[in-house]
Ligand binder design. Structure first.
Ligand code: AMP
Length: 597
């Protein structure tokens, strides 16, 4: 780490950001030199660099790789071999990322000082926010934070999510009191492994402190929305606990009970009445500001695949307060911060910090293609300070913990520079998610085409609340299937009714609009080659995506890092979706296709 200082207050933090961004190129070179010098004796670097220590040799001799290449080393270490095969410092834990390879979770190596790096980045966030929102030290923060049970690998080291690692660490648990981060939730409820009990107690803590909460949020928007739905289902019990000054007996975790007993010291009829009268309102538009009247902003990742949740959060927040995306991070490394926190989530760019890891960028063509198998051309790879505004890149990371030129799989677009540090818009994850014939649809293609259909729905007062997809090749030709959950958008955000009231023509017009906005190859396959059949939309019963989340969490996904899969494969998830279908609609005609293209 460049300097061991972790905590920067106010102006000092902003000066630190100026220093980092101004010296981006030099700091990147220094970090790479440091990584090579610390790790040159590892089996991995010896294999490729044969003792060389030069930056240019690193770039010419060490290959750019995907997880498949790293997996054997990770498995050896997980099974007990010494971690010095990839890292000069002991690997203390494996971080379970939300990505999978052949159905298995990916494990990222982590060394003790990585926690220092993460803490360093977290400590920069509040000075940035305070620059735009004064007075954030005058109240509380209701951040809904969750851990996920960890597993112990044969080597004895834990495998857990990066956030679980952080919340369980002393950096979080034993943090100094900080007026900017005065959480409503006690550590014990955040650290409760039962996510239902944790969520209940965290909402209860937030409601008890409803008049002093200034910031409200979760790491990803999906967890925040999940908590709001939980509140819709449980507000009566929560208000009752406050009325009685007693915790609901369904909370059995002793640490939670004990922590909450300090908060529920006596009955509070006033707050209980207030909550009941607000939640009893049939329309929940703006509920977050009614329940937490001093809230100045809502924080959650709303970029990338989370962007679909922007309308729902705008609904629940009433649209009058900013939705703030503070940072961009992953299990491999934390990457960057949003220096303009008040901008709309659609416009967020993250400024990458040059002292977290060594970063390189693979330039992508306009179709954002650069498949796993393709050999990456050397001239397409540039350093952090050399990316070009407007271009798309895939991010490649080299860490102290033993990832060398590792393709993270995220596609970013450069929007500008802050001093000499590039700023990136998060575009999507690189992988192709749907393919029947020669067509290859990635998450962004799908998201873009769904956005067109969403507009059609919204004109008719329906909101698409969640979606996923499936490449159905059980019949010939195969076809794309989209699973949708929709809601009526009248004054009340009514659930349940939409699916039964909707006109088939409306969904069919969405089918064709989606097909028309998918790429040229798809439309050619569909219209000319007839190798892809008409796209199908299956409308689901209300609550299906929550059931899907429960299923995937029960199978090992983390609630904090949970993202709705944009594509499902045959198996329990697909079976669940199919069991909840209320209606199925097909594209009524061929999409327009320009044979001359
Ligand atoms: P995980 O490895 O499970 O921690 O997930 C990390 C991944 O989440 C990243 O590689 C991104 O794909 C996604 N992600 C993290 N932060 C953001 C963000 N601010 N905006 C969009 N996607 C993000």
């Amino acid at each position: 780490m460049d300097g061991k200082k972790l905590e920067f207050k106010g102006e000092e933090a902003l000066r630190e950001l100026e220093r980092l961004t101004t010296n981006a190129r030099e700091l990147q070179e220094a970090i790479l030199r440091d990584i090579i010098s610390r790790n040159k004796e590892t089996e991995y670097l010896r294999k490729y660099m044969m003792g060389a220590e030069d930056i240019s040799e690193f770039k010419s001799m060490v290959p750019i790789v995907t997880y498949e290449h790293v997996q054997p080393y990770i498995e050896r270490i997980s099974n007990g071999e010494d971690s010095s095969i990839i890292s000069g410092h002991p690997i203390v834990e494996m971080l379970r990322s939300s990505g999978t390879t052949r159905g298995k979770p990916r494990l990222m190596p982590s060394i003790a000082e990585d926690l220092v790096r993460r803490t360093y980045m977290y400590n920069l966030l509040m000075p940035i926010m305070s620059k735009y929102m004064p007075g954030l030290d005058k109240g509380k923060v209701m951040h809904l934070l969750f851990i996920k049970a960890e597993t112990i690998l044969p080597s004895g080291m834990p495998a857990r999510s990066v956030l679980t690692s952080y919340y369980k660490s002393d950096h979080f648990r034993c943090r100094e009191p900080d007026p900017f981060n005065n959480l409503t939730s006690p550590n014990e409820v955040i650290l409760c492994p039962d996510s239902r009990q944790s969520m209940y107690c965290q909402l209860l803590s937030g409601l008890i402190h409803r008049h002093s909460v200034l910031r409200l949020g979760a790491v990803f928007a999906s967890a925040l929305l999940r908590s709001i739905t939980f509140l819709e289902q449980n507000w009566r019990e929560l208000a009752n606990d406050i009325r009685l000054g007693q915790l609901n007996p369904s909370i059995t975790d002793q640490a939670c009970r004990s922590a909450m007993s300090h908060m529920l010291v006596s009955p509070n009829l006033t707050i209980a009445d207030e909550i009941e009268s607000i939640c009893n309102n049939a329309c929940w538009r703006g509920i977050l500001v009614y329940l937490w009247p001093k809230v100045k902003c809502i924080e959650a990742v709303l970029t990338g695949t989370m962007a679909q949740y922007i309308p729902m959060l705008e609904f629940y927040s009433g649209g009058g307060i900013p939705l703030v995306c503070t940072m961009y991070a992953s299990s491999e490394s934390y990457f960057g911060v949003n220096l303009n926190p008040l901008c709309h989530p659609n416009d967020v760019s993250y400024t990458l910090l040059p002292n977290m890891a060594y970063l390189e960028f693979i330039e992508l063509d306009n179709g954002l293609r650069c498949g796993d198998e393709e050999e990456v051309q050397k001239e397409k790879v540039v350093g952090l300070a050399d990316v070009k505004v407007g271009k798309y890149y895939e991010i490649v990371v080299t860490t102290f913990a033993g990832l060398y030129r590792y393709r993270v799989g995220d596609v970013l677009q450069v929007t500008g520079f802050y001093n000499n540090a590039p700023q990136f818009k998060f575009i999507c994850r690189r992988n192709v998610i749907l393919s029947i014939d020669l067509d290859k649809t990635n998450e962004e293609d799908l998201h873009k085409s769904i956005t067109v259909a969403k507009e059609i729905l919204e004109k008719q007062n329906y909101l698409l609340t969640e979606y996923t997809s499936y490449a159905d090749s059980s019949s010939v030709p195969g076809h794309y299937v989209l699973f949708w959950e929709i809601k009526l958008m009248s004054e009340k955000l009514e659930s349940g009714k939409a699916q039964s009231l909707v006109h088939p023509e409306l969904i069919e017009s969405c089918c064709i609009a989606i097909e028309e906005s998918l790429d040229y190859v798809y439309r050619r396959c569909r219209t000319n080659d007839r190798s892809v059949g008409p796209l199908e939309i299956r409308l689901l019963e209300c609550g299906t995506f929550e059931a899907l989340m429960d299923l995937l969490i029960s199978q090992g996904s983390s609630i904090n890092q949970y993202k709705t899969p944009r594509c499902v494969e045959p198996g329990p998830a697909l079976d669940l979706l199919n069991s909840k279908v209320m209606g199925s609609f097909f594209s009524p005609k061929d999409p327009a296709w320009n044979a001359g293209l």
